[in-house]
Design a protein around this ligand. Sequence first.
Ligand code: S3P
Length: 428
Amino acid sequence: MDMTIKKANRLRGSLTIPGDKSISHRAIMFGAISQGKTEITNFLQGADCLSTIGCFRAMGVDIDNQGSQIIINGVGLDGLKQPSARLDVGNSGTTMRLISGILSGQKFSCELNGDASIQKRPMKRIMEPLSMMGANIKSLANNGCAPLAIQGATLTGIHYQSPVASAQVKSCVLLAGLYADSQTSVTEPALSRNHTELMLSAFGANITSEGTTAMIEPRPNLYGQSVEVPGDISSAAYWIAAGLAVPNSELVLHNVGINPTRDGILRVVDAMGGNVRRENVRTVSGELVCDLVVTSSSLHGTTIEGDLIPTLIDEIPVIAVLACFADGTTIIRDAQELKVKESNRIDTVVSALAAMGADVTATDDGMIIHGGKPLHGAVIDSHLDHRIAMSFAIAGLLSDGETKILQADSVAISYPDFYESLNRLILS
Ligand code: S3P
């Protein structure tokens, strides 16, 4: 499906932001390997999270998806069953990387695969630490990518110095640590999202953090919990950018997760002069949540780098769009991880922005954007990357003429109702 977007004169209204993708995945996984019942509300019914449900169902876990609520009858740490076919993670890197940590400590073997995009994403980053723990994991094509084959093994605790600030790598190693014979710890170069640490602790694991190191003790008794999933700040990001840059706009975004390991976009828009107010700050299932009020603002460029990058990595495409509407220069650096997302997001963002007339240059670890030049509509290939489709739908609202997004339905990965919400804000 393609989608045509026209320039908007103003945006008005309020939205409740759909459940956080990272937290939804973890709630299914941890519920599955806990004893007893887990109830999840505001679960993200996006394709990626449904892939996680599918994988655990294929390993014998009873998961009742009632839409607004999910009920899992957990099987405990050792209750998963060997799947009868390859596990299918679809487009979901989080599913493949986190589940590999759990599978490495089972008493059975299995294979995992997913779509064409997932078969290009680097899995060596998890294969290396898992192998150090004694896991038997291999890339079937021998290229460091999926399909993967994992033969359950006896695991040893390690201390892992991760070369990348990646919550998927960290979580994979910590989950394998549940099955190890001694403590496992991971130190990362900068702190990545800590949802695993927060939620596993609530399920009963002995998991602690100190700076950029997380430590887990093996073989805890995990017990099912009630999890209310906060709204996903990565999904709210599109409306934050649109509300700031479309003139005469005011948007209220309800129930947005603002965990400090995820709130980099708020710090960046503050630095750019954007008016985003946090209201009703509260804690929901151990995660910080608030409502955001976004008002059209005059913006100026900024530099985004260093430890800030992991706190906004998925928001960089839409921040780059926003930077085109800020006076002066925005520099994004230290973001080489963008190259190994659902698409090479340095290439896909820079070429799409250039097609719309932006003054943008790709660098090896990010991009440089000189803002203030008006954009015009163009035909944008989403490359089946949900965040590219949504970011350039927002660019379309801000550009003269029409913007056509190809393969626009890729938004179903993380935000199935994205276009419905967009129409509501235009018409309100
Ligand atoms: C995620 C971590 C990030 C992020 C991804 C979700 C997670 O990936 O980009 O969308 O749920 O742990 P990396 O860990 O590869 O940085």
